[in-house]
Design a binder for this molecule. Structure first.
Ligand code: 3HC
Length: 330
């Protein structure tokens, strides 16, 4: 049933005259920044969009553990290993808060996971790129978590209460993640020539995929207009991408690294950088499942889901037995 719900809803925003009385009341609440809570009436499209976005976000947190988990055993020091371990565990926690937020809309975590595994639900494109060197772990923390924060700080003000509240804690932890990534980059960039080359190579490979995290350009964004009217999204994809570039370029300069973009130039008039767009054909290929790591990521998630079946079954059997005992006692 929910496979139907996550299909694109991009059909344009209704004018006030086209809305039913319930829809108008709902929109008034949203416009007045009154949070929508699970028991409140909400348009079906609002619910669908939230399930799609929160579910995709939750899956991204879970799949995002894979490229970093890959480096836990190879972290260069005990301290780095502990930090990375803590970060990867945080991502699991973020996935759980978000699955719980989505569950308040009537979809189960099992349903969402099945949709991920069957390809009906997406996860962030970025996690289909491999982490080839230790510097990539620095670049992921700095750029990927940095882009995630840029997108997620405004989501603390999103209109749906459970989602907004989950984002508050997630953002706090993501900023620690971004700092640990930048710290790795700083050590690499100030290390030997070989380490500096690794840091530059990581920046070269992760720059454009990080820009893609914000979604297609505004002209090609299917959902932005309606999602912004409902305050599910607070900013457009291009606005956040611009903010990310403006914030990150001085950080790269401080590291003594070059952003791999010949067109990058400060634009005094707009008060931001001009920069090259990512390769959007590559982005849509990754979304279609043809990125460098899509098959591996889904195979790994499928295996984890199957390996964990006995735990889920055991927990359910325990819960059912407990519920039966309670009924018998009443
Ligand atoms: N990766 C995969 N799919 C993407 C994408 C990306 N980077 N950007 C856009 N898409 C998909 C959309 O899901 C949509 O497809 P659908 O209709 O089949 O669902 C399509 O491309 C069109 O894009 P739109 O701009 O219309 O989509 P949205 O309005 O949903 O905007 C978004 C995309 C900005 C990513 C928005 O969904 C969003 O803000 N999501 C919440 C944040 C999130 O999911 N972040 C994941 C980042 S990773 C992370 O946080 C892990 C941390 O540990 C680093």
């Amino acid at each position: 049933m929910y496979a139907q719900m996550v299909k694109s809803t991009g059909q344009g925003v209704k004018s006030r005259d086209e809305m039913s009385a319930e829809e108008r009341d709902f929109q008034d609440k949203v416009d007045a920044d009154i949070r929508i809570e699970p028991r409140d009436w909400m348009p079906e499209g609002y619910k669908k969009t939230l399930i799609r976005q929160i579910g995709q976000h939750a899956h991204s947190e879970i799949v995002g553990q894979l490229p970093e988990g890959n480096w836990i055993t190879r972290a260069p020091t005990l301290e780095r290993k502990m930090i990375l371990l803590a970060k990867v565990q945080d991502e699991a926690g973020h996935g759980l808060y978000l699955y719980c937020a989505a569950e308040t809309l009537g979809v189960t975590r099992d349903e969402m996971t099945e949709m991920l595994l069957s390809g009906k639900m997406k996860y962030s494109s970025i996690f289909n790129y491999p982490t080839l060197t230790w510097a990539d772990i620095g670049a992921v923390g700095w750029l990927v978590d940095g882009a995630a924060i840029m997108n997620q700080v405004p989501l603390q003000r999103t209109s749906y209460g459970p989602y907004a509240r989950a984002m508050v804690r997630i953002c706090k932890e993501e900023s620690f993640h971004q700092r640990q990534g930048y710290d790795i980059m700083m050590r690499m960039a100030r290390g030997s020539e070989a380490q500096k080359r690794m840091a530059q190579d990581a920046l070269n490979r992760f720059w454009y995929p990080s820009l893609m995290m914000f979604g297609p350009s505004d002209a090609n964004s299917v959902h932005s207009e309606q999602s912004m009217a409902w305050k599910i999204k607070i900013n457009t994809n291009d606005e956040l991408r611009q903010k990310f570039v403006d914030q990150t370029v001085p950080q790269a300069e401080y590291l003594g690294l070059s952003v791999p973009d010949e067109n990058l130039k400060w634009n005094e008039e707009k008060g931001g950088y001009d920069f090259s767009e990512p390769d959007w054909d590559e982005f849509f290929d990754v979304l279609r499942g043809a990125g460098p790591g899509n098959t591996q990521r889904l195979t790994d998630r499928q295996k984890a889901w199957e390996d964990g079946a006995w735990v889920r079954e055991g927990l359910m059997a325990h819960a059912e037995k407990k519920a039966a005992r309670k009924v018998a006692a009443e």
